[in-house]
Design a protein around this ligand. Structure first.
Ligand SMILES: Cc1ncc(COP(=O)(O)O)c(C=O)c1O
Length: 390
């Protein structure tokens, strides 16, 4: 019988060792890739005990799931085929036709689009709530007898806002709502939502958890009961992770506790530098003391993350910056070792009208940066040459 249950005290040790198969399978130091769809029938008495990739119970799944649960203080975790599979499967596990969701007003584009276009076909409605400038009184007004879930993000895209997450937990508990947080931007190194009472944490594991921009995967972490409910639905929706990707994700995950602190430090340096330039507009980064999210982030997070955004001044300057910056790659996605730059108005938020974007503060000159692990001085010098003399 292989045991996947061991975990250690610290995240640093857990990312390397938690949940690794014991005894080591065939003596292998690393969990080998179990590229087998199905397994020998033994004495299984229940369907759940049949081993099959879609049931997320190959050794690659079991080891990775145990590790993810350990690093984010959960009892259990489920890995799935993408961040969107993690989000939609989790939501649908807790809402039925006629139900209602309170959803943070600035959600990842894919999640927002699911709420706007897909969920209504199943008679699932949502109301946008403001977790940054609004509070429990406003949320109370949006609450309905059929509200079941509150969906939030730890750091919002692309303005890096941090909502009052403790108030969200208190409100949800008072009204018996399930809380789901997308913790992709913060990563478990900077924030572990279950420790403040959030029910389910979901990730695009494509980003920081893997960290190498070479796979797409998702993760759901929570109590045994909550994760099991998502697992039961995943069996039927079918968004399982293949073992080879699980192996790669486990490999990438091992360096999470080295990568993220370096990305935090680099982002802090770049954000401070940009904020000090007179010719750059506001810099959105919760690590800046002037940032509206700084107070909550300082209280709840152990680091401010590797994501920031800034206003280049005008459209032409933003375009010039993107075409002259040499180290960051002009590409969507985030959380990898390499710095990336992108214009949200031309990518993630292209589907929204210019008026809506303007109202949200997502103007044509806003540039979002995913900071990598490069040398901070060299990154800063590159930003300076691309922005021109201050
Ligand atoms: C915050 C956030 N959540 C979820 C997703 C979706 O993840 P995936 O592309 O792995 O499905 C993304 C992707 O960019 C994201 O940024």
């Amino acid at each position: 019988m292989i045991d996947y249950s061991h975990r250690f005290k610290t995240l640093e040790t857990n990312v390397v060792h938690a949940g690794a198969p014991r005894p080591n399978i065939a003596g292998a130091v690393v969990t080998p890739i179990f590229q087998s769809a199905n397994y020998l029938m033994e004495d299984e008495s229940e369907y759940d005990e049949v081993r099959y990739i879609r049931l997320s119970n190959s050794p690659n799944h079991l080891s990775l799931q145990a590790r993810l649960a350990a690093i984010e203080s959960g009892q259990a975790a489920l890995v799935v085929s993408s961040g969107m599979a993690a989000i939609t499967t989790s939501l649908l596990a807790f809402v039925s036709a006629g139900d209602h969701v309170l959803a943070q007003k600035t959600l990842y584009g894919g999640t927002q689009s699911f709420f706007d276009h897909d969920a209504p076909r199943f008679r699932i409605e949502h109301t946008a709530i403001d977790t940054v400038n609004g509070g429990p009184e406003d949320w109370e007004a949006a609450l309905r007898p059929e509200t079941r879930v509150m969906m939030v993000e730890s750091i919002s895209n692309p303005l890096m806002e941090v909502g009052d997450l403790e108030a969200v937990v208190a409100f949800a508990k008072r009204h018996d709502l399930v809380t789901i947080i997308d913790n992709t931007f913060a990563s478990p190194v900077n924030f572990r939502p279950l420790e403040i009472g959030i029910d389910l944490s979901v990730h695009s594991a494509t980003k920081y958890l893997n960290g190498h921009s070479d796979l797409v995967a998702g993760a759901v972490i929570g109590s045994l009961e909550h994760v099991d409910r998502v697992r039961q639905l995943q069996l039927h929706l079918g968004g399982s992770l293949d073992p080879h990707t699980a192996y790669l994700l486990e490999r990438g995950l091992k360096t999470l506790a080295l990568r993220v602190p370096r990305q935090n430090q680099n982002a802090q340096r770049v954000a401070e530098h940009l904020a000090g330039r007179d010719d750059v507009g506001r810099v959105n980064y919760p690590g800046l003391p002037t940032d509206p999210g700084h107070e909550v982030a300082s209280r709840l997070f152990s680091g401010f993350g590797g994501m920031l955004s800034f206003y280049a001044g005008d459209d032409a300057r933003a375009e010039r910056f993107l075409s002259t910056v040499r180290i960051p790659i002009h590409a969507a996605s985030l959380g990898g070792l390499e710095s990336l730059v992108v214009r949200p108005a031309r990518s993630s938020h292209l589907g929204q009208s210019p008026e809506v974007r303007q109202a949200l503060g997502i103007t044509d000159d806003l540039i979002r940066v995913s900071i990598g692990i490069e040398d901070a001085d060299e990154l800063i010098a590159d930003f300076d040459q691309a922005l021109g003399a201050a």
